[in-house]
Design a protein around this ligand. Structure first.
Ligand code: SAH
Ligand code: SF4
Length: 380
């Protein structure tokens, strides 16, 4: 069995090279070929000794992800759907802005948390992604974009772990992937521009602070336990008091001096002025007291099975204004890529449904626009 080199951060690659009898600076050279240059063919790694290239060819491989489709929106947003086997697909999204390029990365096929308003949650959990599968999303996107712009200049400046899955329920694979993203010999993403988003896996928030402190976003969505229990079932295990205490602790280690709270705006469910007041109460007098927080309101991205509706623009505005008036920096997420967008996780869910249905009905799967290998410039 060949070892996938994308499964390693640089320390891991140093260990792998040591097992081949190679010095650590060789591993660093190899790491740079893989991640800075996007090269997967050992024969092109011209400054590595022939003997090392041979050893690598015998023991190792560079296993990227297989794209099922690539959709580009009029506003420049690109969404990839990757096949991860057994009828599972994951999504990766690139969002270009004037001053940055952000990649939204998935951590699991499906998700076990099962939030009411989340298409991924409705699909259930299939499996954790490996480090290589997490990192290959950035590898694929970055080198595709560089090739498209025709220069080796970096395109992706920010990574958000906000794709499919709960990253902190896949901590073991996540951490080496984050380290490779941060590594100056890899992608050189700054800690402040690398964000892990979590629905609130409290013990793992503490672990992340120890293992790899990066910017943290917490999916709050409700000001009370009664409501959050219904929207984010994990809240029954880790209620708001514990979650907000973990946020306080995290800030001692975080590269930023605030936590971002995401709040998905659901019509009539969590978006009234009463809810905004309850949220302020929580932040001023409850478990959130003294916590430096910013709010990011996300207009709900509807999908049929949810039975939920997006808040009206005026409800979002009223909610945002109340938080602002009470001293919290609040942003409303722009909906991007609407013309290609299904709710995050929905395209992948469609693949799974069709695969399941076609298995049941014995039909051929996935009649989606398939882009050919031009989208994988570094596969050989
Ligand atoms: N599991 C992690 C990260 C992935 S979800 C988490 O829950 O934080 C990333 C963000 O998208 C979360 O804030 C999540 O609540 C939000 N989200 C999920 N489904 C959504 C939908 N249909 N519309 C709008 N936001 C959604
Ligand atoms: Fe999982 Fe996040 Fe979706 Fe909740 S919102 S089901 S935690 S991916």
């Amino acid at each position: 069995m060949h070892v996938n080199l994308l499964d390693f951060d640089r320390d891991g690659l140093i260990g792998h090279c040591a097992s081949l009898g190679e010095k650590s600076f060789r591993a660093t050279q190899l790491f740079r070929w893989l991640h800075q240059r996007g090269v997967s063919d050992f024969s092109q790694m011209t400054d590595l000794a022939q003997s090392l290239r041979q050893k690598l060819a015998l023991s190792s491989c560079v296993q990227g992800l297989k794209p099922i489709s690539q959709h580009q929106s009029n506003d420049g947003t690109i969404k990839w759907l990757f096949d991860v086997g057994d009828g599972n697909a994951i999504e990766t999204v690139f969002i270009p802005e004037d001053d940055r390029g952000t990649l939204c990365v998935s951590s699991q096929a499906g998700c076990a948390v099962g939030c009411r308003f989340c298409s991924t949650g409705h699909q259930g959990f299939s499996r954790n992604l490996s480090t290589g599968e997490i990192l290959a999303q950035l590898w694929h996107a970055e080198h595709f974009l560089r090739q498209r712009q025709g220069s080796p200049e970096r395109v992706i400046s920010n990574v958000v772990m906000m794709g499919m899955g709960e990253p902190l329920q896949n901590h073991q694979a996540l951490v080496p992937a984050l380290r490779a993203m941060l590594d100056d010999h890899g992608y050189g993403i700054s800690r402040r521009r690398l964000t892990v988003s979590t629905s609130g896996v409290v013990p793992m928030i503490d672990r992340l602070a120890q293992d790899c402190p990066v910017a943290l976003a917490v999916s709050l969505h409700a000001p009370t336990d009664a409501l959050r229990d219904q929207l984010v079932p994990l809240n029954k295990k880790y209620p708001l008091s514990e979650l907000l205490a973990a946020c306080h602790r995290y800030l001692e280690f975080a590269p930023r001096d605030f936590i971002t709270f995401e709040y998905c705006m659901l019509d009539g469910v969590n978006d009234t002025l009463e809810h905004a007041r309850a949220l302020i109460e929580l932040m001023h007098h409850g478990a959130g007291r003294g916590l430096n927080a910013k709010f990011n309101l996300i207009p709900f991205n509807p999908f049929p099975a949810s039975g939920l509706r997006r808040s009206t623009a005026s409800a979002v505005q009223r909610f945002a204004q109340h938080l602002q008036d009470q001293g919290f920096v609040t942003t409303v997420r722009k909906t991007r890529g609407d013309d290609i967008d299904a709710a995050c996780g929905q395209l992948a869910g469609d693949v799974k449904d069709r695969t399941d249905v076609s298995r049941r009905m014995n039909r051929s799967p996935i009649p989606i626009a398939v882009q050919k290998s031009e989208t994988r410039p570094h596969e050989h």
